[in-house]
Design a protein around this ligand. Sequence first.
Ligand code: HEM
Length: 134
Amino acid sequence: MSFSKASKHGSITTSYTIPKGTIVFPSIFDSSFQGFTEPDRFDPDRFSQTRKEDQVFKRNFLAFGWGPHQCVGQRYALNHLVLFIAMFSTLLDFKRVRSDGCDEIVYCPTISPKDGCTVLLSRRVAAFPDLPLN
Ligand code: HEM
């Protein structure tokens, strides 16, 4: 799924046409926003029974691929990430250092914050578990 070759010349914009045979990579990051109404706005109603944007546009979420070779570890990986976030936010206080470019993204080739993302951590719990923070 990750990339394919253009089978014929294709117009991307009015001024740019990709030649036949060009290797085309979809933007996994940008595709996640496609279809959603104002994707950057906090809008829980987008998941409501009437709008169901998460269902209508679920094929635009390509982080784990799509089709016959879609990642078999997707649910396992997502469960791990949820568990990590739950433990992280329970056990630690964290403060993102705001700087120029901290809300901008760079592609290198995966996405990351432009400023390197400095985060200050401190322990929230005294005893459990024994985190090697010092
Ligand atoms: C955040 C973590 C992960 C991401 C972002 C990820 C992403 C992907 C992507 C993009 C593909 C290619 C899908 C395609 O070609 O359409 C893939 C395939 C695959 N992934 Fe993952 N993956 C993750 C974690 C895992 C884990 C934890 C496992 C195993 C426990 C796993 C096992 C596999 C396997 C076996 C395939 C090949 C499936 C096939 O070819 O039929 N992945 N993954």
